[in-house]
Design a protein around this ligand. Structure first.
Ligand code: G4P
Length: 549
């Protein structure tokens, strides 16, 4: 899925009459839809919380974490999250900031749920990468950046935890450039760190922002000093002044300047330093984000490109989540609006099912809370409550036959055979597994020639989650056994060759949850042999979700 940006006019006024087309374009230009990506513990939750403070979506820091544990306490299957201290789900938060509508998509921190994160990244227009200043670039960040690169997503960087001893800032930038292959444009530069952390210098504004600890739980306006060469700056920095001026000169000479186009192309990242816990340096980062990050652009669909400000409504589902709230025992499909305007009660068509649905009860997510959505525009995420039947990558339109592209299924890396503990529960088990695969919780494969169901996952915790939910929601207690599967490839091509493959290797073939034919290879050598023997067939490691249409 490619994204072309539509630049926002500076500080656009909210549309007065959103129904007319000028209003539509203005609403689109106001949207900023992004995700925070980081290695666990780098500070994603803390940054999120500060952004919500700036957006007035919460009153006091601590609320997000409190809400997290509250949710844990009231939701059944999220009890697993609490037991293991991990965050499984993706939440969506919308808030207003400086005339913009910010849609922040949070992603699961644990790598075992990375498929969910990858798909969430198909629904954003930019990403904020949070890096722990003491640790630098960590493994999960590398993987997430790879996924962002698939769509050339613009990346902003926040280097966190400056109130602790961090590594040399210049080394950190070098590491980001070398390992992540993205140019760095420092926007602020730290003055000391740890016990000697004094603030940051904003290179573009020629302004020092003075750090003060202990005010991180609310929005605080820190003291500033204009001009690094000013007497005030000299007096404030004292003996450190000359050294710091030299450092800044060095940085300005050795690093890349901010370049809007390079940022939008995903090749250069503006970098900010600060401490999320102290809510320091975050404001500069979010200000830059709402000013420079792209508003929703065009999206590639099967038949044509869809522009965000065209009148007909369209959108795609990037996540399905069950049982978000025990008071509503339902599923929520998260739909990213790609064009037009969602209106409460409108009729939409699910392109895969080729039938209209009336949506009266879509919800938006305000700081994680659900509330009825009256209207939504490109870039917004709406939740469609349902009792099954909506799958990942489903496209919704006002009637046009259209399928958005670029929401891939990744070949799982781990496999288990699964059977019900009680043989009489095999129907519940198959139904549960099918539904869980529709949600993307795991992938399921039904072999053509046997009743041994195989499930595939990216991380082992996904199996635990599936077992927990099968028992909890479908009353199908299950047993996992080792499966002799090394990897899976989706097979397509000439029907004659497929029949021949079925005849010769039928025991290796299965249908996945979406009804697509898959080859379950027991070893790498076996896969190589099958690919060689059936050279005319395509053995694909990913499958576009929409391909089973
Ligand atoms: P994550 O979502 O990326 O996993 O990270 P999270 O924000 O939960 O932060 C991980 C830990 O790092 C938390 O500590 C958090 O308080 C701490 N942290 C975040 N930003 C900063 C910062 O700027 N400076 C310092 N010194 N610490 C920071 P914890 O002890 O695991 O949790 P908690 O008891 O503080 O909630």
């Amino acid at each position: 899925m490619s994204v072309q940006t539509v630049r926002a006019a500076s500080e656009p006024a909210p549309a007065t009459d959103p129904a007319n087309e000028g209003g539509l374009a203005r609403e689109v230009a106001r949207r900023r839809t992004f995700a925070i990506i980081s290695h666990p513990d780098a500070g994603k939750t803390t940054v999120t919380e500060k952004l919500l403070l700036f957006g007035n979506a919460i009153g006091l820091a601590g609320t997000v974490k409190a809400r997290k544990s509250n949710r844990h306490a009231t939701s059944d299957w999220m009890a697993m999250e609490r037991e293991r201290g991990i965050s499984v789900t993706t939440s969506v938060m919308q808030f207003d900031y400086r005339g913009r509508v910010v849609n922040l998509l949070d992603t699961p921190g644990h790598e075992d749920f990375s498929e969910d994160t990858y798909r969430t990244l198909t629904a954003v227009d930019s990403a904020l990468m949070v890096i722990d200043g003491a640790k630098g670039v960590e493994s999960r960040t590398i993987k997430l950046l790879e996924v962002c690169r698939l769509r050339d997503t613009p990346i902003m960087t926040f280097i966190n935890k400056l109130d602790r001893e961090i590594r040399e800032p210049i080394q950190l930038l070098d590491e980001i450039e070398d390992v992540l292959q993205i140019e760095c444009a420092p926007m602020t530069w730290p003055i000391g760190s740890g016990r000697f952390f004094r603030g940051v210098y904003h290179l573009g504004l020629d302004r020092i922002i003075c750090y003060r600890p202990g005010v991180g739980d609310h929005v605080h306006f820190f003291d500033t000093i204009d001009g690094l060469a000013s007497d005030e700056a000299r007096a404030w920095l004292g003996d450190d002044h000359a050294g710091f001026v030299d450092e800044v000169e060095l940085i300005q000479g050795a690093s890349h300047p901010f370049d809007e186009q390079a940022f939008l192309d995903g090749t250069r990242s503006p970098v900010f330093f600060g401490t999320a816990l102290g809510n320091f340096g975050v404001r500069e980062c979010v200000d830059h984000l709402v000013e420079h990050a792209p508003s929703p652009g065009k999206r590639e669909a099967s038949t044509r490109d869809v522009q965000p400000d065209e009148a007909p409504f369209s959108g795609f589902v990037f996540k399905v989540q069950a049982n978000m709230d025990p008071r509503h025992r339902d599923r929520i499909a998260f739909l990213r609006v790609c064009s037009g305007r969602y209106r409460q009660g409108m009729r939409m068509r699910n392109a895969r099912l080729a039938r209209p649905v009336k949506v009266t009860d879509a919800v938006t997510f305000l700081a994680g809370d659900r509330k009825r959505a009256d209207e939504a525009y490109a870039g917004d995420i709406i939740g469609l409550p349902n009792h099954g039947g909506i799958c990942i990558a489903d496209t919704f339109t006002e009637g046009e036959v259209l399928g958005f592209r670029g929401i891939p299924n990744f070949a799982p890396e781990l496999f288990r055979r699964v059977r019900p503990r009680d043989p009489l529960k095999s129907k519940q088990l198959a139904r549960g597994l099918r539904q869980l695969s529709e949600e993307g919780a795991s992938q399921v494969f039904f072999p053509l020639l046997s009743n041994d169901i195989v499930i595939g996952a990216v991380g082992p915790l996904q199996f635990d989650l599936v077992a927990f939910r099968l028992d909890d929601e479908y009353r199908a207690d299950c047993v996992f056994e080792t499966a002799r599967v090394f990897t899976v490839r989706w097979v397509s091509g000439d029907p004659g060759a497929i029949s021949e493959l079925e005849r010769r290797s039928g025991e290796r073939l299965a249908l996945d949850g979406g009804g697509c034919l898959a080859y379950l290879a027991p070893t790498r050598a076996n896969l190589a042999l099958a690919e060689e023997r059936f050279g005319e067939l395509r053995f694909a490691a990913t499958r576009e979700h929409a391909e089973h249409d």
